[in-house]
Design a protein around this ligand. Structure first.
Ligand SMILES: NC(=O)c1ccc[n+]([C@@H]2O[C@H](COP(=O)([O-])OP(=O)(O)OC[C@H]3O[C@@H](n4cnc5c(N)ncnc54)[C@H](OP(=O)(O)O)[C@@H]3O)[C@@H](O)[C@H]2O)c1
Length: 198
């Protein structure tokens, strides 16, 4: 398969890229590195990425930023970070990508445990994750040509120790299990699923 991985240079993305590249042709994309540069906050940039890549069989997104901070002082501007990047950035990868993907292709997005199991300071990411999960279950019933869509929802990952302090009582999830969830989505037959790794 020809697979575009957006966020291929990230903590999760680089390990997913390593695994999928054993069996597939990979186009690595991120904001500043890889085979193609893309800013997911810009629909025009996403369109340019797909035009550059040409027809493809799968798009995996392991990207999307959000704001981490107290609710009490949160501002509209801070909350739009999660909307513009993690939520609409990933949704636009699908809205635009559906016009370039091959029949029977697949989209795999990334949300996270905060969509249903919140921690302090995480409301913006919780909001984005919940939105992505709901988008995926709805998009699955409308995507044409047997195109599938799933979302991987990881807990805090063992390779991100800087985040552990914000997740009291959470047992970090193994990267092997996270990578396996992306493989299930891309190489398996699931659609409309929130694949939880926690
Ligand atoms: N790590 C965890 O424990 C964990 C747990 C649950 C969920 N998640 C979710 O998993 C996803 C990936 O997390 P991560 O820890 O692997 O992140 P990361 O290490 O910070 O990597 C983020 C990746 O996204 C790219 N990126 C950032 N902004 C972009 C933009 N506007 N346009 C295009 N690419 C952009 C970065 O590219 P550049 O390097 O070029 O900037 C990088 O490749 C995020 O949605 C995160 O919320 C992570």
């Amino acid at each position: 398969m020809k697979i575009i991985i957006v966020g291929a240079s990230g903590t999760i993305g680089k390990v997913v890229t390593e695994e999928l590249s054993k069996r597939h042709e990979i186009i690595k994309a991120s904001r500043s590195k890889g085979d193609v540069q893309v800013d997911i906050e810009s629909p025009r940039s996403i369109e340019a990425m797909y035009k550059h890549a040409g027809k493809f069989d799968a798009m995996v997104s392991t990207t999307g930023l959000g704001h981490f901070g107290p609710l009490k002082t949160a501002t509209d501007k801070e909350f739009r970070r999660g909307v513009d990047s993690k939520l609409m950035g990933q949704i636009n990868l699908v809205l635009i990508g559906q016009h370039y993907i091959n029949a029977k292709g697949s989209f795999t997005l990334t949300s996270g445990i905060l969509g249903e199991d919140p921690v302090r300071l995480g409301a913006n990411l919780s909001m984005a994750n919940g939105g992505i999960n709901s988008f995926v279950i709805a998009a699955a019933i409308e995507l044409e040509n047997n195109v599938r869509i799933n979302v991987v929802s990881p807990g805090v990952v063992e390779d991100s120790p800087g985040n552990f302090q914000y997740f009291p009582g959470h047992i970090p999830v193994m990267m092997d299990n996270v990578v396996a969830a992306y493989v299930r989505s891309v190489e398996g037959a699931l659609t409309g699923k929130i694949i939880k790794v926690f």
